[in-house]
Design a binder for this molecule. Structure first.
Ligand SMILES: [Zn+2]
Length: 406
């Protein structure tokens, strides 16, 4: 590496370590930011010579990145931005910290994917799904799909691993010569009823989808979730035991196996590594307190709320909503979520925007009770499972409160 890059790497590491020592988080954003100030090409220098996989999409990228890093661990140490710092500063910090690790798996924010492709020259990119997210600042779904499609067309050398069940993803990957398709399902379909190619309606039946006006249709997937396992391209079925709940995580596991295969790792080697992942940055973590088994689920946009309802047990459930900067300031998306699956469960609500949630639940005919604190929520439910579904900063608040007590 050039001298400037070496210095920038060292300063980046030190800044991150100081930030951690000062109790200001894991330091990956500030460390990368300072490194890039010293050498704007630092990410490119740090990526050179490594075999890199990128993971992007609206939902599931942190978990899929974690599962993929576990699978690639078969080959040796893997650099990864496991705390969800998914912009170039986070990638820079992760690679600076990793030393000469030959492999990296990086979670990438959808908007930054073109830039990160140029700077890291990945071997493989996994494209998970696209749906509405943070409408006050994010691009429309079709705009992201177009951005990806244009970018990927310029990089035929990159192997794409993509979700055959999401029409926007299939279209975005459509110009790439080497695509491995996986089927991870698509519970949320309200951002893909219109064909991105021709504007006609998309029809769906029995797991298939097709455009009524042009040839765009669901490609045949090579990796498929089936029962509690995954079918590989040879037709062999592998039981996948995960500590993470829900069918959505089996889909994430199938994606990880497909990416691992692109690195020459066979499913038989990769599958056992996936069960080592118990929680991802606190998500899915279970904490016992006062006879209650509390499980934390993060949900931050309509699609991920649907997934969370599917993962959650039929048990008392606390919903918490904030609208600070990392959450997006606009809570109108609550009206895109159908909360009726919660009917019949004991529902508690809290958070800074609990009243927005209250209006939504009222309209959706779901009875609830408002609680001021997490402690009050715990005292309000019987011993046993308490599911907590929260958006980003509300989730962090509850984690902090649990950490204080435990
Ligand atoms: Zn069409």
């Amino acid at each position: 590496m050039p001298l400037r890059a070496k210095v920038a790497t060292q300063v980046s590491r030190t800044a991150a370590a100081l930030s951690r020592a000062a109790g200001r988080g894991d330091g990956s954003v500030i460390g990368g930011w300072i490194g890039l100030k010293i050498d704007p090409d630092l990410l490119e220098h740090l990526a050179a010579g490594r075999a890199i996989a990128l993971v992007s999409g609206t939902n599931g990228k942190t978990t899929t990145t974690r599962l993929t890093a576990a699978a690639l661990g078969v080959l040796g140490p893997v650099a990864t931005n496991s705390f969800g710092a998914n912009m170039p500063s986070g990638h820079t910090s992760a690679l600076a910290k990793a030393g000469s690790t030959p492999y990296a798996v990086l979670e990438v924010d959808e908007h930054y994917l073109p830039q990160v492709i140029e700077e890291t020259r990945p071997r493989v990119i996994a494209l998970l799904n696209l749906s509405r997210d943070q409408l006050d600042r994010a691009k429309e779904v079709a705009m992201i799909a177009q951005l990806w499609r244009t970018t990927l067309a310029k990089h035929p050398e990159i192997m794409i691993v993509a979700n055959s069940d999401d029409p926007m993803i299939v279209w975005a990957a459509g110009n790439s010569p080497t695509v491995t398709w996986f089927s991870a399902g698509q519970r949320w379909q309200d951002d893909s009823w219109v064909c991105p190619e021709c504007g006609s309606t998309i029809e769906r039946q029995d797991g298939q989808w097709w455009c009524t006006g042009c040839p765009l249709r669901r490609p045949q997937p090579q990796w498929v979730v089936e029962d509690d396992g995954v079918l590989d391209p040879s037709g062999a079925w592998h039981l996948v035991r995960l500590q993470l709940p829900g069918r959505v995580n089996l889909g994430n596991a199938a994606t990880a196996l497909a990416v691992a295969a692109a690195f020459g790792i066979r499913p038989l080697q990769a599958v056992p590594t996936l069960s080592s992942v118990a929680s991802v940055a606190g998500r899915y973590a279970q904490v016992d307190r006062d006879g209650r088994n509390i499980r934390l689920l993060l949900a931050k946009n309509p699609a991920s709320w649907l997934e969370a309802f599917d993962m959650a047990d039929n048990a008392p459930t606390l919903l918490s909503i904030n609208s600070r900067d990392p959450d997006g300031l606009d809570t109108s998306w609550l009206f895109d979520v159908d909360f009726s699956p919660l009917r019949g469960r004991q529902i508690l609500i809290t958070g800074e925007r609990a009243y927005d949630l209250a209006v939504r639940l009222e309209v959706n005919d779901v009875p609830f009770r408002h609680v001021q604190t997490f402690g009050e929520a715990i005292a309000s439910v019987p011993p046993g499972r308490l599911e907590v579904i929260a958006n980003y900063t509300a989730f962090q608040d509850i984690r902090a409160e649990l950490d204080r007590v435990n």
